[in-house]
Design a protein around this ligand. Structure first.
Ligand SMILES: NC(=O)c1ccc[n+]([C@@H]2O[C@H](COP(=O)([O-])OP(=O)(O)OC[C@H]3O[C@@H](n4cnc5c(N)ncnc54)[C@H](OP(=O)(O)O)[C@@H]3O)[C@@H](O)[C@H]2O)c1
Length: 339
């Protein structure tokens, strides 16, 4: 099939493109040309700005892709433009979404009350509080203020002439992770810290993760016609608590220390995460396994080993400081540890 990806050169996209090519598809990427990725030689590029998508309509018509995979649709206006431009040109649109659409995420942010049952399924209730990042002074990954995957999904799934598919992703890790999710832990491990200090509520919190090569494979599978009109989760089948996960990373990294957790009262006030960690955030991925035959092509241990190797060579504490300014304050950690 002829596949057009919107994006495709940063973190998850290159793995989508590589898997699509391996599956025998003819792949073209639409992007600005600012980000370079190591991609198969036989892919094609259309260079342009997605806010001007309509200006490339004749090029898209000439290409006539069977499926368009939109990696970077964040807002209602982007979704509307996507549908308007490609209606009559392509047979289907696949849009990448997130597990942040669920009420559980609103509860974690303190914007909704109660506790939502986990694991979340594709039919679990969505948030009613929209635009989760609009009031944040700094938004993750430079998301626009009107970032909202709930409205993106609604637009993509409601056009009677152009069927859609939605893939809701978990927290993704692997080489080129712009969030460097493993960095603060690996840094402490590589600094031979005896212990990593956790707030007890965070230690037992459980969230879904996925390894970038596996996530890319799942998205590539979604070009299959069977996926039309469907919403899918992708995530690892076993959900560890944060303490279990960091211990696992430590084991694979050859760290001799241990993770220790303490109640909130032991921590300075400004270390309190603005997150309701009573709410777990993990998803069930049975549907994509049963309907599209998805399974992890890289086993989890190998995925973590590859990520550790990459993160060790690309340590970036800056991104983690963004969400948790207290990370890597060894002096305060030592005071907590001494009790
Ligand atoms: N990372 C996670 O944990 C996570 C979790 C849940 C959901 N997601 C979702 O995963 C998706 C994938 O993100 P990714 O960065 O890995 O995707 P990607 O497809 O690897 O990279 C983003 C691409 O978009 C292009 N691009 C950016 N702005 C553009 C613009 N204005 N016009 C045209 N092209 C543009 C960039 O290339 P140029 O710079 O060359 O333009 C790059 O190719 C996002 O929708 C995100 O919400 C991620």
């Amino acid at each position: 099939m002829k596949i057009l990806t919107i994006g495709g050169t940063n973190f998850i996209g290159p793995w989508v493109v590589r898997h699509l090519v391996t599956m025998g598809h003819d792949v073209t990427l639409f992007h600005r040309g600012n980000t370079k990725a190591d991609l198969p030689e036989n892919v094609h590029h259309i260079f342009g700005e997605r806010s001007q998508l309509q200006d490339y309509k004749s090029e898209f018509e000439r290409l006539s892709p069977d499926v368009v995979v939109d990696m970077i649709c964040y807002t209602e206006s982007e979704a509307r433009m996507l549908i308007n431009v490609f209606k009559g040109i392509t047979r289907r649109v696949v849009a990448i979404s997130s597990m942040d659409v669920y009420r559980a995420y609103g509860i974690m942010l303190g914007k909704e009350s109660g506790i939502q049952e986990v694991p979340l399924t594709e039919d679990s209730t969505l948030r009613t509080s929209l635009y989760p990042f609009k009031d944040l002074p700094k938004r993750p990954l430079n998301a626009p203020p009107d970032y909202e995957k709930i409205v993106v999904e609604k637009v993509v799934m409601s056009d009677s002439e152009l069927p859609g598919t939605i893939i809701r992703l978990p927290m993704v890790y692997g080489a080129n992770d712009p969030l460097n999710r493993l960095s603060p832990y690996l840094k402490r491990m590589d600094d031979s810290r005896d212990a990593i200090v956790f707030l007890d509520m965070i230690a037992k919190w459980r969230g879904s993760y996925g390894y970038v090569e596996n996530i890319g494979y799942a998205i590539a599978l979604a070009v299959n016609e069977k996926a039309a009109g469907r919403i899918y989760h992708v995530a690892e089948p076993e959900t560890l608590s944060e303490v279990e996960r960091v211990n696992k990373i430590g084991e694979l990294a050859g760290w001799k220390g241990k993770v220790v957790s303490f109640p909130k009262q032991k921590f300075p006030e400004d270390w309190d995460l603005p997150l309701n960690s009573e709410q777990d955030w993990f998803i069930d991925s049975t549907r994509i396994r049963e309907e599209l035959g998805y399974k992890e092509i890289v086993p989890i241990e190998e995925a973590l080993k590859r990520t550790i190797e990459w993160e060790r060579n690309h340590l970036s504490i800056e991104m983690q400081k963004f969400s948790a300014p207290f990370l890597l304050d060894y002096a305060t950690e030592d005071i907590i540890l001494k009790g």
